[in-house]
Every structure is written in structure tokens, then in C-alpha cells.
Ligand binder design. Structure first.
Ligand code: HEM
Length: 383
């Protein structure tokens, strides 16, 4: 999601950041590059002394060295500019990386102060004999760091707004679903019984075309009932009742509930020794059933679906992979939205409902897909 309300020019004008500041920052580039280790040491020092901050790194062995590199380049580009729209977009992407890593917003302030402190020392060292210049350089760095902080906080606000919109959408959908269910239950039942009564007629029994048409009525009434039931699942999302369950049992039980199309090869690759997960088994089974239905659909007339369970970055994960057509990149961003579907007959509830159920159980869904090669949906537990 883009930050619609963030305008870097407006921000620069508010903090009074101009060409003079830009040249002050440029003069710090060389000395800053030489002292990055001090900054990175302090940056990690503040994180390491606090358990909550340490735990933001779900895969520290990979993430910490990566962040050392990206932080170093963050400092250098901070001094280099140009401070244009593209710059703002790159910085907003960093903010979004924090949101995605569930980094609490409040941790940002202290680390920004660590960075400010280091810059002040740097300014004093670089302009040791010129107090007026020290002040100018300190002002310039303070302004640019204010801009950075404003951008980082904007990504948290965007995320909150997006979540609120999603909740509102779900609540509206819930009410709508209950209404539709109520209104359509009787008409659909009437269509079904009328079709049944017609089929019993001698003239109809003798008429192959009429029987075919009645069959179509039945199939479509079934389809409509299915859609309403899916809609209703949204309306009736109950609070999960969580207990420790084995992922192995969860997957097995979900697989037992689906009808595997004869043309599809389903392979289970389950690790029986994974730690138990704390979830509502009925809800998580529903998620797996939904994901399997999607995978079967994606395979079309033939193909393979694999369910794998394993540890991923210290968490139990179940991956459902299909070798179907894959999802287009532009659709991938929207597949979890309610009422968004890429299937001609789809209503667009399966994945959003699954994500909702997963979240309610402290699990997360992640989707990766290559158009033409297939899709992998991962359920990460305890995420
Ligand atoms: C002003 C302070 C901070 C700055 C300038 C900063 C900068 C960055 C940058 C440049 C990235 C790379 C983003 C990307 O690759 O798209 C990043 C990612 C990340 N940051 Fe920060 N960060 C700050 C504070 C923090 C704090 C306080 C934490 C944790 C408590 C944190 C945790 C992370 C994590 C976990 C990632 C993802 C790393 C990865 O998987 O590559 N950051 N940050």
C-alpha cells in the first residue's frame, strides 16, 4: 500500500530542509563511511539489551548481517540524496519492511536517537575548529532524521489504516452475508423442491432434454448454496478455542475431509516429530481444506499437489504446493482481499477467510507463486 498522504517536498519545507543542509550532509559522507562500525555497534547494542527488540529478528543469523549491510547503505544514501520522490519511495519501503517484521513503532524512537547522537559526535569531530559549522551540520542531520522518522511512522499509520479498512470490510461483509443467507434460503429451497417435483413427472422422465435442464438447475442451486455457506462462515467467525495439537494429525484430518480429484496426485511429506501447535483444530483444518481446494482447482485436469510440514526459521510450517498455472504477479497482491477472485466462478472468499482464521489462531499465511509454474502457500504457526 502506498503512503498517500506523504509528500516529501511538503515534509522538507516543514522542517526547513534546503540546499544548504544538503551540502552540509554531503560534507559528512567520507567521515561517516569511516565510522560506520561505531554506529552499527551502538545500534545493535540498544537492540540487544532489550528482549522485545531482540525478538523482532525471527531469523537472526540471516537478518542481522543483512541489516548491517542495509543500515550502512541507509546512512550513506541519507547523506547523499537526492531527496526526491524516488528517495521517499525507497525509505517508505524500509518502513514497510519494519511493519512486515512486526517491529513495534516505539522501538524506532530510541534507535533514531542513537543515530542522532552518533551524527552529533561526527559533526563535532569533522568541524572541530568551527563551532558555527558544527551547529549547521547538526541542524542539517537533525532535519534529515526528522524527515526519515516521519516517513517511517507514516508506514505504520498506513498499515493501521489498511487493517482498519479490512476489518470494516469484513464486518460489512458479515452483516451482508447473514442478510443474504436469510433472504435466499427459502427461494433456493423452493427451486430445489420444485425441480424435484418436476423430475417425478412422467412426461419429464421421458424427456432427456428436460432431465438435463433439471440437472443444471440442481447443480446451480448447489453452487449458490455453497456460496451462501461460505459467506456465512464470515458472518459466524467464532472465537477460536485453542489447544495443543499435532500438525501431523491436523493435516491428516483435513486431507480426510476433501475429495481428491482422480486426476490429481496428492503427496504428503510430513515430519511426525514437529512440536505441537496451539490452535483451534477445526478452524485450522478448514484453512487446510480451503487451501487444498484452491490447489486442486489450480491444477485443472491433471497435476500434483504436495503438503509438506517442517520447521521454518524456528517455527512450525505447513506448505501446500501445486504445480498449476500459478498466479499473476498483479493478482498476488490482492488474493487475500475478500471478494477478490481470479477464478471465473469464484466468489473470492476462500483465501481471505483462511487468512482471517489463521490470524485468529496466531498463524500466518504466505503465498509465493510463479506464473506458469505453480503456487506455494505456507501456514506459519505461532507467527
Ligand atoms: C532508525 C532506526 C532504523 C533504521 C534506519 C533501520 C533501517 C533498516 C533498513 C534500511 C532495513 C532494510 C529494509 C529492506 O531491505 O527493505 C531494515 C530492515 C529491518 N529492520 Fe530496521 N532500522 C531501524 C530500526 C530497527 C529496529 C529498532 C529494529 C528491531 C528492533 C529493526 C529491525 C529490522 C528488521 C528485522 C529488518 C528486516 C531485516 C531483513 O530481514 O533483511 N530495525 N531496517
Amino acid at each position: 500500500m502506498e503512503s498517500h498522504a506523504l509528500d516529501i517536498e511538503e515534509l522538507k519545507s516543514y522542517v526547513g530542509f534546503g540546499p544548504e543542509d544538503e551540502s552540509e550532509l554531503a560534507a559528512l559522507q567520507g567521515p561517516a563511511a569511516k565510522d560506520l562500525d561505531t554506529l552499527l555497534g551502538r545500534f545493535y547494542g540498544t537492540i540487544d539489551q532489550h528482549q522485545g527488540a531482540r525478538e523482532v529478528f525471527k531469523d537472526p543469523e540471516k537478518q542481522r548481517p543483512r541489516l548491517r549491510r542495509t543500515m550502512a547503505s541507509w546512512v550513506l544514501t541519507l547523506l547523499e540524496g537526492p531527496y526526491d520522490r524516488e528517495y521517499a519511495e525507497r525509505r517508505l519501503a524500509i518502513g514497510r519492511a519494519h511493519v512486515q517484521n512486526q517491529m513495534p513503532q516505539r522501538y524506532m524512537l530510541t534507535s533514531m536517537n542513537v543515530i542522532r547522537g552518533w551524527f552529533m559526535e561526527l559533526c563535532s569531530r569533522v568541524h572541530l575548529d568551527d563551532p558555527a559549522r558544527i551547529l549547521k551540520a547538526v541542524h542539517a542531520t537533525n532535519k534529515v532524521l526528522d524527515i526519515e522518522l516521519a516517513m517511517m511512522l507514516a508506514t505504520y499509520r498506513d498499515d493501521l489504516l489498511a487493517r482498519m479498512q479490512r476489518q470494516e470490510r469484513l464486518a460489512t461483509l458479515g452483516e451482508l452475508a447473514a442478510g443474504i443467507h436469510h433472504e435466499l434460503k427459502n427461494p433456493l429451497a423452493a427451486v430445489r423442491t420444485s425441480a424435484f417435483a418436476l423430475r417425478e413427472r412422467r412426461s419429464v422422465r421421458a424427456d432427456a432434454r428436460a432431465r438435463g435442464l433439471l440437472e443444471r438447475i440442481d447443480t446451480n442451486v448447489d453452487r449458490a448454496t455453497e456460496i451462501i455457506t461460505d459467506l456465512l462462515s464470515f458472518a459466524r467467525l467464532r472465537n477460536p478455542s485453542r489447544r495443543n495439537v499435532s500438525v501431523h494429525d491436523l493435516v491428516k484430518s483435513a486431507v480426510g475431509r476433501v475429495t481428491i480429484p482422480p486426476s490429481i496426485q496428492l503427496t504428503l511429506d510430513l515430519d511426525p516429530d514437529l512440536p505441537a501447535v496451539n490452535v483451534d483444530s477445526a478452524q485450522l483444518e478448514q484453512v487446510i481444506v480451503n487451501l487444498l481446494a484452491n490447489a486442486f482447482d489450480a491444477c485443472g485436469d491433471d497435476g500434483g499437489v504436495r503438503i509438506t510440514s517442517r520447521m521454518v526459521a524456528g517455527r512450525v510450517a505447513v506448505v501446500i504446493t501445486d504445480d498449476g498455472d500459478g498466479i499473476h504477479e498483479r493478482d498476488l497482491l490482492r488474493v487475500f482481499e475478500p471478494l477478490y477472485s481470479t477464478k471465473p466462478e469464484g466468489v473470492g472468499l476462500g483465501l481471505s477467510l483462511s487468512q482471517h482464521l489463521a490470524r485468529a489462531n496466531n498463524a500466518k499465511l504466505a503465498i509465493a507463486s510463479t506464473h506458469g509454474e505453480g503456487t506455494a502457500v505456507t501456514i506459519v504457526f505461532g507467527a
